[in-house]
Design a protein around this ligand. Sequence first.
Ligand code: PEP
Ligand code: MN
Length: 341
Amino acid sequence: MIIVMRVGSSDKEIAGVVARIESAGLKAHLSQGVERTIIGVVGQIYPELRDRFEMLPGVDEVILVSKPYKLSSREFHPLDTIVKVGGVTIGGKEIVVMAGPCAVETEQQLLETAKAVKAAGATILRGGAFKPSTSPYHFRGLGEPGLELLAQVRREVGLPIITEVMSPVEVELVASYTDVLQVGARNMQNFSLLVEVGKSGKPVMLKRGFSATVEEWLLAAEYILAQGNDQLMLCERGIRTFETYTRNTLDISAIPVIEKVSHLPIIADPSHGTGKWYLVIPMALAAVAAGADGIMVEVHPHPDAALKDGAQSLTFENFQMLMSQLKPVAEAMGRCLASPS
Ligand code: PEP
Ligand code: MN
């Protein structure tokens, strides 16, 4: 249920409504716009509540939301959410580019890549230290030493970092190093992890599970938002289909769908979305043309020697080419590429 307050309603009226919500055993989430306040109500809602709340002083309208997700819906928060990472803003006019290796391997690999992607215009460095791996026999990341390398390279190169956290018990550790916590596709419905990243106070990027519908994805987002963390962005990274020429099928249509139904920024990951380096540039351009707020791309100094995801990683040269092709597409969409700070 969403309670729309009258334009110019007083703090006392808003507090009165919140108190009534809480005394009914429900939770209130405030969205304070320039003109009016919207209150999202979550919990066991029954239709009679609508009439009761509509009678309270300062209330303009009460809307029973038909969609199961609420805090992530545009009905609750009509304006776009802006996520702030260091000096970078995501979800506004600027298109953010997050780039780096799939996995942190060595200091040299990470440092070289960070310098190259920054020089080409990336504004956030990506790199996995805790890697989800389908097979337990494959490289599963350096763990905490990988986080240390990320933090060291951030200092040397001056790019904020994003890295994955896989377990609720590791949230505190990973959050102590990173600027953005990434929840991977395999963990989209790890509900205890979602609650912990929600409590962390850090910006979060929630990847779409490869078998998840948009609704399931937004319900997963709801777990994070319900903890009071509104610094959340979504990432479309491809879904599993019958097609075998690509690793996943990047669901470009999910981008305008999210933009329509949710206020959360939407990022596209054409690397995992295709699994093939030569499809990364065309799909990155398509994602931005479809309205994505940014892209996440895997880049490696020597993709043929990468410990993980080499086949979908761009060389430095190809990454530069991507950036030069992305600029006019962003501009055609009335946007611009975020510039490195
Ligand atoms: C990654 O970004 O390195 C990753 C493992 O992605 P996903 O969770 O989308 O597979
Ligand atoms: Mn990867």
